[in-house]
Design a protein around this ligand. Structure first.
Ligand code: FVT
Ligand code: ZN
Ligand code: ZN
Length: 356
C-alpha cells in the first residue's frame, strides 16, 4: 500500500487541490474548451462515386446510405447538401457500361463521368471546391492502380511475390495525363492515390508547365497503407484487382519509417496537401506528419471500412453512431489533421447544426 494511504487508513483521503482534473471542468462548455480545434464544415470533404449510367442511383450495400450516382442525378443529390454547407467533394469515377483497358483510357476520356461531373459541379455549385482522385484502378481491366509490366518479362518467383508488376515510368506518365485532364476540366485539386514513385513531382511539373501552377493544387495520398479496410470502396468503385494485391505500391501497416520518408518525399516534390489513409489506426502517423511537415495542411481519409465498421458497431448496440463519429474525428483533429475525407460528411452537416 502507498505510504499516504496507510497513514490515512480509516480516514477519507484528502485529494490535493492540484489533482482535480475532470471535476474542474464541470460544465459542457468548459469541457468543450479543452479542444485546441473543433470540427467545422470547412474541414469536411465528401467522397462521391459517379458512374457512366446517366440516370443511376444505386445503393452500395457495404457503405450504408452511400450511392453511385449518374450524372443526371448529381445536381439533385448535391443541392440539399450544398444548402446545408457542403464545401468540398472528392470525385471517384466508376465506369460500369464502357469497357476498361490495360492503360485505363477511360480515366481521362472527355466523356468520362468525373470530367462530366467536374463541369456540372463547377457550373451549378460555384462555392464547392472539387477534388478529383487520380488513379487508374477504377479504369484498368486488371484493376491495378497503374500500368503493368509485360508479365512475361517477370520470373515466376517475381510474379508469385507480386514484385515489380507495375511499370512505374509508364504509370507516372498516365498520372500526369489524367491530372492535366482533370485540371483542364476545372478540378481545384488533383489527389493522386496511385502511389507510384515520383508521381507528385511529375504531376506538379506537368500542371505548372500547362499554366495550372496557381489554379490546381496537388493533394498527395502520402502515407497510404495497404489496408484491409478498403473493401467496401472496391465494391463501390469496382476496382478489385484481378490478381495479386497492392502491397508492392502501398505501405505495409507496420511501416512507420517508410511513411515518414513518403511524407518528406512528397513535401520535397511539391505536394500542397498531405494525407494519411486510413485514419483511425494511423493516428500516430498523422501526428508525425504534423511534426515532419508543420507548414503543410494535413488531410486524413476515414475510409470505407472504417465507416462500415462504425455503422456495424452502432447497429450492434455498442455505441451511438453520432457520438462515435464525433469521437473518431476528434482523434484526427487532436493528431493534427486540418481536413477530413469522410462518408459521414452529410451526417456531420446535420449534426454540426444540432446541439452536440
Ligand atoms: N483511393 C481510394 C481508395 O483506395 C479507398 C478509399 C476507401 O476505402 O474509402
Ligand atoms: Zn488505385
Ligand atoms: Zn484508390
Amino acid at each position: 500500500m502507498p505510504e499516504t494511504a496507510r497513514q490515512s487508513a480509516g480516514e477519507a483521503y484528502n485529494v490535493p487541490a492540484a489533482s482535480i482534473f475532470a471535476g474542474g471542468y464541470h460544465h459542457p462548455l468548459l469541457r468543450n474548451l479543452q479542444a485546441e480545434r473543433h470540427l467545422t464544415k470547412d474541414m469536411l470533404m465528401y467522397p462521391i462515386f459517379i458512374t457512366d449510367e446517366p440516370d443511376a442511383e444505386v445503393e452500395i450495400k457495404s457503405l450504408p446510405g452511400q450511392k453511385r450516382w449518374g450524372i443526371n442525378r448529381l445536381k439533385g443529390f448535391l443541392a440539399p447538401l450544398v444548402a446545408k454547407g457542403l464545401r468540398s467533394v472528392i470525385l471517384f469515377g466508376v465506369p460500369v457500361v464502357r469497357e476498361k483497358d490495360a492503360r485505363g483510357s477511360l480515366a481521362d476520356d472527355p466523356e468520362t463521368p468525373v470530367i462530366l461531373a467536374l463541369h456540372l459541379i463547377r457550373r451549378e455549385f460555384p462555392s464547392v471546391v472539387v477534388a478529383c482522385d487520380v488513379c487508374l484502378c477504377e479504369y484498368t481491366s486488371h484493376g491495378h492502380c497503374g500500368e503493368l509490366c509485360a508479365l512475361e518479362t517477370l520470373t515466376k518467383a517475381e510474379q508469385e511475390v507480386n514484385a515489380k508488376i507495375i511499370d512505374n515510368k509508364a504509370s507516372v506518365k498516365r498520372m500526369q495525363e489524367v491530372s492535366l485532364a482533370y485540371a483542364r476540366a476545372g478540378a481545384h485539386i488533383v489527389a493522386p492515390s496511385d502511389m507510384m514513385d515520383g508521381r507528385i513531382g511529375a504531376i506538379k511539373q506537368a500542371l505548372v508547365d500547362d499554366g495550372f501552377g496557381n489554379r490546381c493544387s496537388v493533394m498527395s495520398y502520402s502515407a497510404k497503407f495497404a489496408s484491409n479496410m478498403y473493401g467496401p470502396f472496391r465494391e463501390a468503385a469496382g476496382s478489385v484487382p484481378d490478381f495479386g494485391d497492392r502491397k508492392c505500391y502501398q505501405l505495409p501497416p507496420n511501416a512507420r519509417g517508410l511513411a515518414r520518408r513518403a511524407i518528406l518525399r512528397d513535401v520535397a516534390e511539391g505536394a500542397d496537401f498531405l494525407m494519411v489513409k486510413p485514419a483511425m489506426p494511423y493516428l500516430d502517423i498523422m501526428s508525425e506528419a504534423r511534426e515532419l511537415a508543420p507548414n503543410h495542411p494535413l488531410a486524413c481519409y476515414q475510409v470505407s471500412g472504417e465507416f462500415a465498421m462504425l455503422h456495424a458497431g452502432a447497429d450492434a448496440g455498442v455505441y451511438e453512431l453520432k457520438a462515435m463519429a464525433f469521437e473518431s474525428v476528434e482523434g484526427f483533429l487532436r493528431a493534427g489533421c486540418t481536413l477530413v475525407l469522410t462518408y459521414f460528411t452529410p451526417d456531420f452537416l446535420d449534426w454540426l447544426d444540432e446541439d452536440q
